[in-house]
Ligand binder design. Structure first.
Ligand code: TXA
Ligand code: MG
Length: 319
């Protein structure tokens, strides 16, 4: 994996992105988790264009990305949990769901009409550079069409949207590869709505009282609609925890001893490294998602640490 610490883009490209945002246009941007489809979060038209481009159900709220905590505090009500978690994990792969401030300038669409907002300070240096230059919130869901896997390279974004996107910023392959951990701190406690690379163990170390509700499968109770079971779906069937594989299936392997017999095989991590597996997950699902395979057969992946997020995404891919 490429280290991105020294990456930056020149001023004319920054200006180009900012002009698009000021004109309510979409720009695809890299983050350390997945690529985002980014537009001005204070502009209703811009936010509506995101929903349109993604063909996303209207009820699904969007994450607002900001450069720093000072800007976040213009939009959201702060509390002790937000203070502790933001100090520990921002900039980084964590989204905090908080109460909107009464004078919040964000489009209501980013909250899908509700009274909370999901905010994140991403760590990717190019996106930090862009957010600092813009100085306000940028709504950016993952840059895929609704129901498809999240893109982890600029080429994935291009294959999702073709020429319909005016600008895609290529910041290399995403370091982490699964979306941010979404934590609801809008109430008294803290609840993980979507697992990610900031694990339950890491959150609990900061907030010893946290309750993790796990995955909400009851449609009526969905708090984080990204948890819809069919959210991450390749176009061919996905079988999980396989112990044998047919010749016309594609195998998604893990670890040093992969099952024999598949027509095609990609190994998420030959050395059983879950972080490496997460970074490869969506790219490999895409690569194996071709009609000549009857199905994608996935070997068991351990459930500790970021393995919890990997298994969560795989369950939805299989739903
Ligand atoms: O890593 C990420 O989070 C990426 C990159 C681009 O930052 N973004 C991303 O956005 O995954 P999206 O829109 O695909 O997923 C946002 C998740 C959804 O599950 C959504 O329902 C939840 O966050 N979410 C956002 N705002 C929320 C809110 N106010 N209340 C509850 N859930 C919220
Ligand atoms: Mg998404």
């Amino acid at each position: 994996m490429k280290r991105l610490d020294t990456l930056y883009i020149d001023n004319s490209l920054v200006d180009n992105v900012l002009t698009h945002w000021r004109n309510a246009q979409l720009v695809a941007i890299p983050t350390e988790t997945v690529y985002g489809l980014a537009a001005d979060a204070e502009n209703n038209l811009a936010v509506a264009r995101i929903y349109e481009a993604k063909s996303r159900p209207q009820f699904n709220p969007l994450i607002v990305h900001v450069a720093n905590v000072e800007i976040a505090k213009r939009y959201a009500e702060w509390n002790a949990q937000a203070e502790a978690l933001s100090a520990a994990f921002w900039p980084g792969p964590m989204t905090l769901v908080m109460q909107r401030r009464r004078d919040c300038a964000l489009s209501d669409l980013v909250s899908a009409g509700g009274d909370t907002v999901g905010i994140r300070i991403p760590a990717h240096p190019i996106t930090q550079q862009l957010l600092k230059a813009y100085g306000k919130g940028i709504a950016a869901p993952s840059a895929n069409r609704s129901g498809r896997v999240s893109p982890t390279t600029a080429a994935h974004v291009l294959s999702e949207f073709g020429d319909t996107l005016p600008l895609i910023i290529d910041g290399g392959a995403c370091d982490i590869g699964v979306e941010s951990t979404v934590i609801d701190v809008s109430g008294e406690g803290a609840v993980i709505l979507r697992p990610g690379s900031i694990t339950r163990e890491m959150v609990t170390a900061i907030l010893p009282e946290i309750h993790d509700v796990g995955i909400i499968t009851d449609g009526a109770a969905i708090k984080s609609p990204g948890q819809l079971e069919s959210h991450y779906a390749p176009s061919i069937p996905v079988r999980l925890n396989v112990t044998e594989v047919a010749t016309d299936e594609a195998l998604l392997g893990f670890g040093s001893s992969v099952l024999p017999g598949a027509k095609t095989m990609l190994n998420l991590s030959p050395r059983s490294d879950l972080v490496e597996a997460a970074a490869n997950l969506f790219a490999y699902l895409r690569a194996l998602d071709v009609p000549s395979h009857r199905a994608i057969a996935v070997m068991p992946i351990p459930t500790h640490g970021i393995g919890e997020a990997i298994n969560d995404r795989l369950r939805r891919a299989a739903a």
